[in-house]
Design a protein around this ligand. Structure first.
Ligand SMILES: Cc1cc2nc3c(=O)[nH]c(=O)nc-3n(C[C@H](O)[C@H](O)[C@H](O)COP(=O)(O)OP(=O)(O)OC[C@H]3O[C@@H](n4cnc5c(N)ncnc54)[C@H](O)[C@@H]3O)c2cc1C
Length: 667
């Protein structure tokens, strides 16, 4: 093992709490930590030179894809092996694809990801028993590889506007898939370019001359032996993107392609042999799958963010720059309070968001049986919560990761820091699985409806505050405590929602249509939905930490409360204009709040390295020159620079060809 950088070692010596205790708490128990470490050891045992070679940054787009397929096949082969040994659960897939493990070896995504994240779950959620029995075993052992094609060139958010058609032909008992326009071409599906041979296609269903809206179909796009596109199918890759360049996102068009009737996924709606359409009994059950996917995205974001803050905090402990006081040695940049301001919120957010997502996941699991039994009372509430939590988490994580990158100065701009790729992965999630603004507007719609019914209907738990915060005497004076901040945010959310309702009512009363009034008010509606989400995250973080602290050691308890303080006061200061507008906070309270924030940063400073060490991310998962456990930052930067193909020869041929003649005035 390499010698640890002295500054990092000193930080670790001075840490006031037991790092292992926090790791266990994050994992959810000792057993879970053991399982995670086992998985890591299986997946990251470097065999057969699979993970070696020229860094991906230096490969062409085509080579990157080929390299990624080579690695993906190795990794997913391991999953298949674990499956055979009965050691695989859905967690393995989650960790592999979106989580830390996948993003370490497959740093720029994987073109097999969609197969697990969307293709198989779609068959499971939308296929009937017969279809599941036919397709799932082949998909599960990867003898077919699938993708999920919903978005088209012309439509993403507005799925009712999709143009691909699936027209039933009762004479042959087939559907005819067709792309009538350029804008109807599927565009974006992961792995569809050159990897998948099957695909779930979302298309407008026509039978007996009537359109029944969008439905899903299993479509074979490539020959199972030759991998050539099947007749009538135009398929390819959409080209280079900001990030996730190995995901092989594809396009797909159909020229009257025929598929058997049994290829329509028929768990819910059906088309009978004679072409009769049978409606789904309950379309709302599909919401369940959406809630799960969005919570999974929140967990993924927490993983990426914990990686970014680990890199930036360790680097900030190693990096020395400028003097705090004249004549003193250069100080660790972690001692600058501005640096702490950039980084510590990211650490606190990892805990706050993970804990909130956990709570939502557990609540959802708890009520899942009720859902199947037909009790859908809490579904709209949880769906609204998952929408805003996905939007706020992805947006916050993208902002925090970028702050981490900036906090590392020029070195953060290096691909070898792994911060740019991490940013590419995080910011993509602001768009996929529901574009963030659109999701916040969905939450707002639920909030407005709930607000309007609050005097006549019982409110579900996460919106109960809309009543309590409206009562006389609620939060008459400001209190600079976490409870005070939560009350303040509840008032902000309530007032924002009520203001939106007032605005829309006025507009409608003055002759505007409801739709126009909604659109005119939508900037405020988005802000109201965000405020609601902040209430939920801060209050859940506080309540859950209070529970967890009951069994934690005194030292850990102290640091957990500091993180809650930091998260609450950071967001109170960020949203100061809202607090000044809607709560009794005074100028003096704000001054004291700033002191509270600065003092909290100072309290956390000695434990910053311990806090990121507790995320327990192995070097081969971090994949960063700046963030390794031993802090050999400069050595690693130089080692990585030497891997640039340009450094393989002292003089590049362009010198003789172009530069020299140019410099000598001959070109
Ligand atoms: C990395 C990545 C991977 C993806 N993978 C897949 C995949 O595997 N399969 C697949 O089918 N799709 C995939 N997608 C597509 C993704 O689901 C869409 O990009 C997403 O649904 C948004 O649709 P859009 O791009 O058409 O944007 P649009 O819907 O056109 O949105 C553009 C802008 O218009 C605004 N807007 C749109 N509607 C409204 C509204 N009602 N109110 C207010 N504002 C509105 C949005 O806020 C946004 O600012 C992927 C996308 C990305 C970036």
């Amino acid at each position: 093992m390499n010698k640890i950088n002295q500054d990092l070692q000193r930080e670790r010596n001075n840490c006031s709490f037991n790092v292992q205790e926090l790791t266990t708490l994050i994992d959810g128990g000792l057993e879970k930590t053991k399982e995670r470490k086992y998985r890591e050891s299986v997946f990251l045992s470097k065999k057969d030179g699979i993970f070696d070679g020229v860094p991906e940054e230096y490969l062409s787009h085509k080579e990157r894809y080929e390299n990624n397929i080579r690695k993906s096949v190795y990794l997913f082969g391991l999953v298949r092996k674990m499956q055979g040994e009965g050691k695989t659960s859905i967690t393995n897939y989650r960790d592999l694809i979106g989580g830390l493990l996948g993003s370490s070896v497959l740093r720029d995504g994987s073109s097999l990801g969609l197969h697990y994240i969307m293709f198989m779950p779609a068959i499971l959620n939308q296929g009937n028993e017969e279809q599941q029995a036919k397709w799932l075993p082949r998909a599960w052992n990867c003898s077919i590889v699938g993708s999920f094609a919903q978005t088209e060139l012309g439509h993403g958010t507005f799925i009712r506007g999709l143009e691909t058609t699936a027209t039933y032909d009762a004479s042959t008992r087939e559907f005819v898939l067709h792309s009538p326009t350029l804008t109807s071409y599927k565009w974006w599906p992961g792995g569809l370019g050159h990897t998948a041979n099957y695909c779930i296609v979302v298309a407008q269903l026509y039978t007996k001359g009537v359109c029944h809206g969008i439905h899903s179909f299993i479509v074979q796009v490539r020959d199972e032996e030759t991998h050539m596109p099947l007749p009538g199918i135009k398929v390819g890759e959409i080209g280079a993107k900001l990030g996730l360049n190995a995901v092989n996102n594809g396009f797909l068009g159909f020229d009257s392609v025929r598929i058997p009737r049994s290829h329509m996924l028929m768990k819910h709606a059906q088309v009978l042999e004679d072409g009769t359409y049978v409606k789904s009994r309950n379309s709302k059950l599909n919401y369940g799958a959406m809630v799960f996917v969005r919570v999974v995205i929140v967990f993924d974001m927490v993983n990426y963010l914990s990686k970014a803050v680990t890199i930036a905090v360790r680097f900030s402990a190693v990096r020395r720059q400028s003097q705090l006081k004249a004549g003193q040695p250069e100080c660790q940049i972690l001692d600058y309070v501005t640096q702490q301001h950039k980084l510590f919120i990211g650490i606190a957010a990892c805990h706050a968001l993970r804990i909130t997502a956990d709570k939502l996941w557990n609540t959802f699991n708890d009520i899942n049986d009720e859902l199947v039994g037909g009790n859908l009372e809490r579904l709209p509430e949880l769906h609204a919560l998952a929408c805003c939590l996905k939007a706020v988490t992805t947006a916050d994580a993208a902002a925090y990761v970028e702050r981490c990158r900036l906090a590392c100065g020029g070195h953060g701009y290096m691909m070898s820091s792994n911060l740019p790729l991490t940013y590419g992965q995080v910011t993509a999630a602001c768009t996929y699985e529901g574009e963030n603004t659109v999701l916040l507007l969905q939450t707002a719609r639920f909030l407005v409806k709930t607000y309007q019914q609050k005097d006549t209907k019982k409110l579900t738990p996460t919106v109960a505050y809309l009543k309590t915060a409206a009562a006389n005497g609620f939060c008459d004076t400001w209190s600079n405590t976490v409870e005070g901040v939560i009350n303040g945010f509840q008032l902000v959310a309530l007032r924002k929602i009520s203001h939106c309702v007032e605005c829309m009512t006025k507009r409608v009363n003055s002759g505007m249509s409801f739709e126009d009034a909604w659109n005119m008010t939508s900037v405020q509606l988005v802000a109201a939905a965000e405020a609601h989400c902040r209430v939920i995250v801060i209050s859940t973080f506080f309540e859950e930490i209070r529970e967890l602290a009951k069994t934690a050691s005194a030292e850990l308890k102290e640091i957990l409360y500091q993180l809650v303080d930091l998260y609450s006061v950071y967001w109170a200061l960020e949203k100061l204009s809202d607090l000044l507008l809607y709560t009794p906070i005074t100028h003096k309270d704000v001054e004291q709040m700033r002191l509270w924030y600065e003092e909290t940063l100072t309290k956390i400073r000695p434990n910053a390295v311990g806090l990121v060490d507790a995320f327990d991310i192995r070097d081969d998962i971090l994949q960063s020159t700046l963030g390794s456990y031993d802090g050999r930052v400069y050595e690693r930067l130089m080692e990585e620079a030497m891997k640039s193909p340009l450094n393989a020869e002292p003089v590049n041929e362009t010198f003789h060809k172009y530069l020299k003649p140019f410099m000598q005035g001959k070109l």
